[in-house]
Design a protein around this ligand. Sequence first.
Ligand SMILES: C[S@@+](CC[C@H](N)C(=O)[O-])C[C@H]1O[C@@H](n2cnc3c(N)ncnc32)[C@H](O)[C@@H]1O
Length: 211
Amino acid sequence: MDFFPDDLQKYVEGHTSAEPELLKKITRDTNAKVMMPRMLSGHVQGRFLSMISHFIKPQNILEVGTYTGYSAICLAEGLNLGGKLVTIDVNEELESRVRGYFQEAGLTEKIDYRIGDAANIIPTLDRIFDLVFIDADKENYSKYYDLVFDKVRAGGVILADNVLWSGKVTKPKPDKDTRALLEFNQKVMNDPRVENLLLPIRDGIMMIRKI
Ligand SMILES: C[S@@+](CC[C@H](N)C(=O)[O-])C[C@H]1O[C@@H](n2cnc3c(N)ncnc32)[C@H](O)[C@@H]1O
C-alpha cells in the first residue's frame, strides 16, 4: 500500500531493523496466494509492534484480526516468559496456513488462535491484557474498544490500526467505514480514562494508554 512516496518508504525501511526471514516469507505468500494482501502490517509497522511489545514485556496480549498471522508474530516477540497472545479472526479459510506459520515461528504454545466473531469471543476471555491490537472490521472498532476496555490493566496499551483510512478521514462525504473510524477516533479523544497519540505510521495507528 503506498502511504509514502517509494523513495521515502525505501529510506524508512532501510533505517529500520531488518524484517525477520519468516515474516518476509509470510509477506511473499500472502501477496501470492491470499486475497487483499495489503491488509498485512508489513516491515515497518511490524517492527513498531515488536518494539512496543518489547517495551511493555506483556504477560497477556490480545489481537483482534489475525489475517495471515504477521502482526501476531511481531507482537509475540516481546512476550514475557510464560506470556500468551490471544488472536481472533472470523476467517476460517486461513486457519491451516496461519497455524503453520505459528508453528514455524515456534509460537504454538504461546499463541491462542481463536476462529470466530471477535464480538462474541472477547466477552468470554477471562484475563487482563497488557497490550491489545485492534485490526479487524473497521465498523466495529468502537464496539471492540468498549468490549476490551475493562480487560486492560491500568497503564496497559491499546493500539488501533488504519485510523487514517488512506487519508479518507479528512475528506468530505465519508463512507460507512470512514464514518466508523471518525467516530472511533473522536470517542478515544473524548475518553477521560485514557491518554492517546495518533501515530502517522503506515495507515495511522491510534496508541492509547489506559490511565
Ligand atoms: C486488516 S486484517 C488483519 C491484519 C493483521 N493484523 C496483520 O497486520 O497482519 C483484518 C482481519 O480482521 C478479520 N475480521 C473481520 N471481521 C472480523 C470479526 N467480526 N471478528 C474477527 N475478525 C474479523 C478479517 O477476517 C481479517 O483477516
